[in-house]
Design a protein around this ligand. Structure first.
Ligand code: APR
Length: 228
């Protein structure tokens, strides 16, 4: 059975990473346009760097939770038949042991050089405008996909969605496209679809089945039902 799992901020919530659109969400106090668009970066790079430097630093004090671990366990059994596509820019899937992870919105622990286009693993701050290790230009920006930019890996994701027997969406509000449209694309190509989320997402009615509750409980239970 080929499975594609889409994860969003809700899967990391129980690890202590704030979600975006819940009441304690990250956009509170920050207008999206102020931190998550290329225009914001051009206008006020220091504000944008401060925002992402703080989030990158915060990764040091969070750990994967049972939902991340359950998906890593599923990969141990399914191998290449499981792909995790995540909208999250944290590295909690990898730290739990998943290796087949596609970060469609980029990664906090990566820097993208606006001069040479190379991506570099990065754990420190970018606000001090350090030079790119490849070309030397002080043009490193957070390697995250902002509103108005094209997500990473769309061709690979579309192929995986078309080939999947099961599409599972975990911890995402279904508010942001193209990820919000994956359920319909997968179903159109014959996949069964399952939502695991705290509450019905905006696209909950598109799924064949929806279970509502905390990812830290729902995801291990779902994995256990597949691979006891
Ligand atoms: N378990 C399961 N789901 C949860 C939990 C939990 N413990 N806590 C919160 N949720 C759910 C919320 O109910 C909500 O539906 O997770 C969802 C989080 O939604 P968003 O905050 O909108 O996050 P996400 O869907 O990942 O956002 C998509 O928007 O701003 C952009 O690029 C950003 O990747 C992000 C994208």
């Amino acid at each position: 059975m080929k499975i594609i799992v889409l994860t969003g901020a809700g899967i990391s919530a129980e690890s202590g990473v704030p979600t975006f659109r819940d009441s304690d969400g990250l956009w509170e106090g920050h207008r999206v346009e102020d931190v998550a668009t290329p225009q914001a970066y051009d206008a006020q790079p220091s504000v944008v760097h401060r925002f992402y430097d703080a989030r990158r630093a915060a990764l040091a004090v969070v750990e994967p939770n049972p939902a991340h671990h359950a998906l890593a366990r599923l990969e141990e059994v399914l191998g290449d038949d499981l792909l995790v596509v995540t909208q999250n820019i944290d590295d909690l899937h990898e730290r739990a042991g998943s290796t087949r992870v596609l970060h469609m919105h980029g990664e906090l622990r990566s820097a993208l050089c606006r001069a040479c286009g190379r991506r570099t693993p990065w754990t420190g701050d970018l606000g001090g405008l350090p030079p790119c290790p490849h070309c030397g230009a002080s043009e490193l920006r957070p390697d995250v996909v902002w509103f108005g930019e094209v997500p990473y890996g769309m061709a690979e994701i579309q192929d995986a969605l078309a080939a999947a027997d099961l599409f599972v969406s975990i911890g995402t509000s279904g508010a942001v496209y193209p990820a919000a449209g994956f359920v319909q694309y997968a179903a159109m190509h014959g996949a069964r679809t399952l939502e695991l989320n705290l509450q019905p997402s905006e696209g909950s009615h598109y799924f064949h089945e929806a279970r509502h509750g905390r990812a830290g409980e729902l995801v291990p239970a779902w994995v256990e039902s597949l691979v006891p």
